[in-house]
Design a protein around this ligand. Structure first.
Ligand code: SAM
Length: 374
């Protein structure tokens, strides 16, 4: 199929939506205008640029309309600047369209409402918002000036002129406040207080809560009269790249030390379960997580603490080194989750107090909980 409108209809029909108005928005926005000159494809090791002008037009449009996240920048390098395959971490992308509308569905956005989006990226999701709400109701912040300029070009080419801001979306955008909704298409380690202050009472904040283990949970918070916000996680197993100021600190190569050796009380494989991983991150929020094939490694760059596991007979040995007992923290978090019946992520919620204190809880705000690092 080489007809963009037909491909948009096919995509819109295939994507699950709660509010059919988002289906109409998917039909209206030509995604090809937002992918610029190319995208990166991953082969498990390298990101290889695929250039629009070196791909037959029909093939290109088929790529564009796959319900796939297309990475557009890797460690700050865009396709235009890449002379060949690159390695590194994605730093921008065009989110898969089904997730774009899922976030907007979860937020509960309605006609005529004002939305602040964090993470303009290519501008595609911004355009979807404009198509439904009208450009005057849409504000979007992008951290990276080069990406922000490209997104402005894409949006103008599509006929939309929302308010675009280049800067740190963790500060929100005071001049446009109050918003009915904030939707973040990058993840945060904790909710910025500025977001609470810029959303009207009864308005919402929809974001993924992530951290340095890269575990993730989708949450929608409702802002209350007293300036606090509270809400529940959804069961969606989705993640976004971390907001740049919340990214993990640079980490030198890891050398494993024998440390304090003992038996692990739980199978390290629970860290690979979606909710188990999230719980581990809540218990040891300063730790990064890696797998070794036979076990796991936790590393906290700031304190030099580490924990790593290896199989031992029918169980596992754990080695902990440095001031923090990272594995003990993880086991304590797991025990708390298990004592609450090991609910899935949809059994979790979080509350942010007006002073910025924030807790993720199980069941109800007074249930078992973890305070987030802020
Ligand atoms: C997954 S991409 C966004 C996808 C985009 N909404 C789309 O549909 O194309 C995440 C974006 O968030 C941006 N970002 C990261 N940290 C940010 C921050 N603190 N403020 C604003 N944007 C940020 C990244 O540069 C990246 O472009």
């Amino acid at each position: 199929m080489t007809d963009s409108a037909a491909l948009r209809r096919r995509l819109a029909a295939a994507v699950p939506v709660e509010d059919p108005a988002w289906r109409a928005a998917l039909e209206a926005v030509p995604r090809e205008l937002f992918l610029g000159n190319g995208l990166f494809r991953f082969d498990g090791h390298h990101w290889t640029p695929a250039h629009r002008d070196r791909t037959p037009p029909g093939e290109w449009l088929e790529l564009v309309y796959q319900d796939t996240t297309w990475v557009t920048q890797v460690d700050g390098t865009t396709v235009i600047d890449a002379t060949g395959p690159v390695t590194g971490r994605p730093t921008s992308s065009s989110t898969l369209p089904s997730l774009v509308v899922r976030m907007l569905d979860v937020a509960g956005i309605g006609e005529g409402q004002k939305v602040l989006e964090i993470g303009t990226g290519t501008g595609y999701s911004t355009a979807v918002l404009c198509s439904r709400l009208g450009e005057k109701n849409v504000y979007s912040v992008e951290y990276d000036p080069g990406l922000a300029a490209a997104a402005a070009e894409h949006l103008h080419a599509a006929g939309y002129r929302p308010t675009l801001i280049t800067g740190d979306g963790l500060a929100g955008h005071k001049d446009g406040a109050e918003y009915d909704h904030i939707v973040a298409t990058c993840a945060v380690r904790h909710i910025p207080l500025s977001w609470l202050r810029q959303v009207r009472s009864g308005g919402t904040i929809t974001t993924t809560l992530s951290g340095w283990m890269l575990a993730s949970g989708l949450v929608r918070l409702t802002v209350r009269d007293d300036g606090s916000a509270t809400g529940r996680f959804r069961s969606d197993e989705i993640g976004y790249m971390l907001a740049r100021p919340h990214e993990r600190p640079p980490r030198p190569d890891v050398h494993l030390y024998p440390g304090r050796t003992g038996s692990a009380g739980v199978d390290p494989a629970f860290l690979e379960d979606w909710t188990g991983h999230f719980v581990a991150q809540l218990g040891a929020p300063s730790a990064e997580f890696m797998t070794t094939g036979t076990g796991v490694i936790l590393v906290d760059v700031a304190t030099g603490s580490q924990a790593w596991t290896e199989p031992a007979g029918n169980g596992w040995t754990v080695h902990q080194h440095g001031p923090l007992n990272l594995w003990d923290q993880v086991e304590a978090a797991l025990a708390l989750w298990q004592s609450a019946g090991s609910p899935p992520q949809s059994g979790f919620g979080m509350t942010v107090e007006p002073d910025g204190t924030q807790r993720v809880w199980i069941g109800a705000p007074d249930g078992p909980s973890w305070e987030l690092p802020v």
